[in-house]
Each structure stands twice: as structure tokens, then as C-alpha cells.
Design a protein around this ligand. Structure first.
Ligand SMILES: [Zn+2]
Ligand SMILES: [Zn+2]
Length: 145
């Protein structure tokens, strides 16, 4: 079942599912690289947030407008910032709150976006990976419209 996360506060069970799905996305990268990840909300290297419309940066350039606004449902569904090499830089991943997200780890029903697949792709960017042109790879730009 798809959870519509837009325009409502997340319930604690939805938060729990989203955290689990986020962990699964990081686990995919950990399994396929020599990297390890742990959750540290006070001192993150990668910061993931749900945002809507025109939105601001949360961390590195706090309150400065993000360079790409979301355009509502079925626009670009998420974006991420490449690391700059600055040790204090926090790679932000912004996910469009206006989309209908399938937050569970199962296959998403038609008309919903798969949060695991999207986060895995955006975390790849936050780690510095560009797009690939191979459709079967997670860094394929399936979300580019
Ligand atoms: Zn943004
Ligand atoms: Zn991308």
C-alpha cells in the first residue's frame, strides 16, 4: 500500500518506515563499496530531508535558497549535492514532499515513486557519483524530466 506523505504530518509509524527505508538505501551502498554508514543527526555528512516548492538549504548554507525548486507532483522528485571536497561540507539530499511516495521496501504500485530507489540514487550523488547511461544501474537518471 502506498503511503501518501504529502500535506500531512508523518505519523510515528511512517517515520519509522522511512528511517528503515533510508537505512536500506545506505546499506545498499555499504554492501557495494568499502564505505560504512552510521546515523548521526547532530553531525551528518549526508543530510536527507523532505522539502516542497522553493526551499532553503538546511545545513552548509543554512537558509540560503536551494538552487533547484521543486515544481510539484511529477516534476523532478529529488536532488542531491555533490561533495565539494571541503571537510565541513554536508551533502544535502532534498526529496519532494509533494510527490506520492511509496515508503516501504516493496515494489511501488503504479502512480507512486519508490523512495528506496530514489534515495539510493540520490545518496550516490551525495557520495560523488554522476549519472550513468545504463538503464539497469541505480545511477541511471530515471527521474530526469
Ligand atoms: Zn533542494
Ligand atoms: Zn540523479
Amino acid at each position: 500500500m502506498a503511503e501518501k506523505t504529502s500535506q500531512m504530518e508523518l505519523s510515528s509509524s511512517q517515520r519509522h518506515i522511512i528511517l528503515k527505508t533510508t537505512r536500506a538505501a545506505f546499506d545498499l551502498w555499504a554492501t557495494n563499496s568499502s564505505l560504512t554508514f552510521e546515523r548521526d543527526s547532530l553531525n551528518p555528512d549526508i543530510l536527507i530531508s523532505f522539502r516542497e516548492g522553493r526551499h532553503a538549504m538546511l545545513y552548509s548554507r543554512r537558509n540560503e535558497p536551494c538552487s533547484s525548486a521543486f515544481r510539484g507532483p511529477n516534476g523532478n522528485v529529488a536532488h542531491a549535492f555533490f561533495p565539494t571536497g571541503d571537510p565541513n561540507f554536508v551533502s544535502e539530499v532534498h526529496v519532494d514532499k509533494a510527490e506520492t511516495w511509496h515508503i516501504q521496501l516493496t515494489k511501488n504500485p503504479p502512480g507512486t515513486y519508490n523512495l528506496l530507489q530514489t534515495l539510493t540514487h540520490e545518496i550516490g550523488h551525495a557520495l560523488g557519483l554522476p549519472h550513468t547511461f545504463r538503464e539497469d544501474l541505480v545511477m541511471f537518471a530515471f527521474n530526469l524530466l
